[in-house]
Ligand binder design. Structure first.
Ligand code: IPE
Ligand code: IPE
Ligand code: MG
Length: 232
């Protein structure tokens, strides 16, 4: 099936789930699942470049993931830190802008500076924008937006006011939200931004994600009829 360029999603958002179960099935510790998940991150970025997707958001750590063991959390931070360091040149070579959403305040200082540096270094690039959702919660995003609106003394709040105060203010709404591993819930992902997103829940565990699974997302999206409340 040929891909009609017009029918490609501009923004693909992925809830990367199933790392722990992938590891458990192999008798490995959970962090080995996260490590394999990082390799899948590298692959999905390449598929986005190949198929000309402009925005890719990856849900990497939620505001609820602090409930996990410290060892697992530290392991995830290490993987993110090393990944960005290892791929810094590759982002530049491929014209990839790296951005993040979420509240970085509780993160270790060195991780925050790695994230801020890569954001600064790649801010002019426009082939693909990779958005990492880190300590991200849809509710937290809305609460922080409301507080900043109040602090600015704004009285007449419109939908645009809210959109312009969310972490995603520079990013279009996701056209399709994909959650791997077969779970069918949003787990506090982009609540406000998903108002008209398409949803797709493939069974594949995130570390197994491959080009076939990626193409299945595009094919699924192409079959959807987005009506936005209207009639065609
Ligand atoms: C997703 O995989 C990665 C993060 C939430 C950081 P999980 O770690 O949730 O994997 P499962 O759901 O336990 O299989
Ligand atoms: C959602 O996955 C968060 C990320 C993928 C980062 P979880 O595994 O944390 O979600 P629940 O606990 O199954 O809802
Ligand atoms: Mg999970």
């Amino acid at each position: 099936m040929a891909f009609k360029p017009k029918k490609l999603p501009t923004h693909l958002a992925i809830i990367m789930d199933g790392n722990g179960r992938w590891a458990k099935r192999r008798g490995l510790p959970r962090n080995q699942g996260h490590k394999a998940g990082m390799a899948a991150v590298e692959r999905v970025i390449n598929y986005c470049l190949k198929y000309k997707i402009k925005y890719l958001t990856l849900f990497a750590f939620s505001t609820e993931n602090w409930k996990r063991d410290k060892e697992e959390i530290d392991g995830i931070f290490d993987l993110v830190r090393n990944y960005i360091k290892d791929y810094r040149d590759s982002f530049v070579e491929n014209n990839i802008k790296v951005d993040y959403i979420g509240n970085l305040k509780p993160f270790p200082e060195d991780l925050v500076s790695v994230l801020e540096n890569i954001k600064k270094k790649t801010e002019k690039f426009d082939e693909l924008t990779v958005v990492l959702a880190l300590n991200y919660g849809g509710r937290d995003d809305i609460v922080r937006a409301v507080n900043s609106i109040i602090n600015e003394g704004c009285k007449n709040i419109t939908n645009e006011t809210i959109i312009n105060h969310l972490d995603t203010k520079n990013i279009p709404e996701p056209d399709i939200v994909v959650r791997t591993s077969g779970e069918q819930r949003v787990s506090n992902f982009m609540l406000y931004q998903m108002a008209y997103s398409e949803f797709y829940f493939p069974k594949i565990f995130w570390p197994d994600f491959n080009e076939k699974a990626f193409l299945k997302i595009l094919k699924t999206y192409q079959k959807r009829d987005r009506r936005y409340g209207g009639i065609k």
